[in-house]
Design a protein around this ligand. Structure first.
Ligand SMILES: N[C@@H](CCC(=O)N[C@@H](CS)C(=O)NCC(=O)O)C(=O)O
Length: 287
């Protein structure tokens, strides 16, 4: 559980926020995951949007809440929680019904969620190359300078190494973009992970068996995002594809991944351009 301590937090006003507040961004995968969880739980929450496209997460106000500079963030009765999977596990304990982590499987689910989180920078690499595909550097120099300079830089009282990893990721992306060899390495990790999921889904409707769990939510988001980027899910992992389609038809999921018409059209054009240049995800990955 990553609940921040008092000395981590500079934006003191949040300490007075009562109830459930979520700082999030519509198109962020981790935010989508948390919002689907909240929908399924029926937990009422106050929305505090953070504009990632405008780099609001690198502004002093937001870094004063989450020194790591990432969404989502949960503020529950003035307590600040970061890291989407930790937030979900905290909420599962606090709002136990309906159950989304099967009893007796807490440690197994926790380990499987950690594996999902370990692939987050790989998801980001593939997303920036094949889904967002915006011109210019992924993060402007001024935004990164603000990121480095603001916030306490501590999580639970200790210097936050994760922030250094984030900054290094963006600096490298600014210098070299998201080159083919990194795409191949990231895509391969997902191929291995999806093969394991495909096996789990043999004869079972959900990843943990007969009941929907947080694991389905977390992996649904990855499968959805990668499909948008052109990952050939139906061809390589048919059971995962069918499971994703089934989940995506449920309103609690569908409303969180709905895309504005212009964004959809832009993505379609990007996919066409990449394919024409021989640079679609499956071509670069060698799938
Ligand atoms: N391990 C973190 C990852 C959070 C994360 O990387 N969030 C992304 C959005 S999905 C973010 O805030 N990115 C910052 C940016 O793009 O500037 C979690 O699970 O909460």
């Amino acid at each position: 559980m990553v609940q921040l301590v008092d000395s981590d937090i500079k934006t003191r006003e949040v300490l007075g926020w009562k109830g459930v507040h979520v700082l999030h961004f519509a198109g962020s995968s981790c935010s989508q995951k948390l919002r689907i969880f909240l929908n399924l739980k029926g937990i009422g929450w106050e929305s505090r949007p953070v504009d990632l496209h405008g780099n609001e997460n690198f502004q002093p106000w937001f870094l004063g809440i989450n020194p790591r500079g990432l969404v989502p963030v949960l503020v529950h009765d003035g307590a600040v929680h970061i890291e989407s999977n930790d937030i979900i596990e905290y909420l599962e304990k606090t709002f136990p019904s309906p159950k989304l982590i099967p009893a007796g499987h807490e440690n197994e689910v926790s380990a499987l969620l950690r594996h999902e989180d370990d692939l987050h920078l790989d998801l980001r690499t593939l997303s920036f190359r094949f889904v967002f595909n915006r011109p210019g550097p992924p993060k402007p120099a001024a935004a990164l300078a603000s990121y480095a300079a603001n916030g306490t830089g501590t999580v639970q009282g200790a210097k936050d190494r994760d922030k250094d990893i984030q900054i290094a990721f963006w600096q490298r992306a600014t210098e070299e973009g998201f080159p083919d060899d990194r795409v191949r390495a990231s895509a391969q990790k997902f191929r291995v992970a999806f093969e394991a999921l495909d096996k789990r889904l043999a004869g079972k409707p959900y990843l943990m068996g007969d009941a929907l769990s947080v694991l389905d939510i977390a992996w649904f988001i990855y499968a959805h995002r990668l499909s948008l980027g052109g990952y050939p899910l139906a061809r390589l992992h048919p059971r995962v594809h069918a499971w994703k389609e089934r989940l995506g038809a449920r309103p609690e999921f569908a409303q969180e991944i709905a895309m504005p018409v212009d964004v959809k059209a832009r993505l379609k054009a990007t996919r066409r351009e990449h394919a024409a240049a021989g640079k679609s995800l499956e071509m670069v990955a060698g799938f």
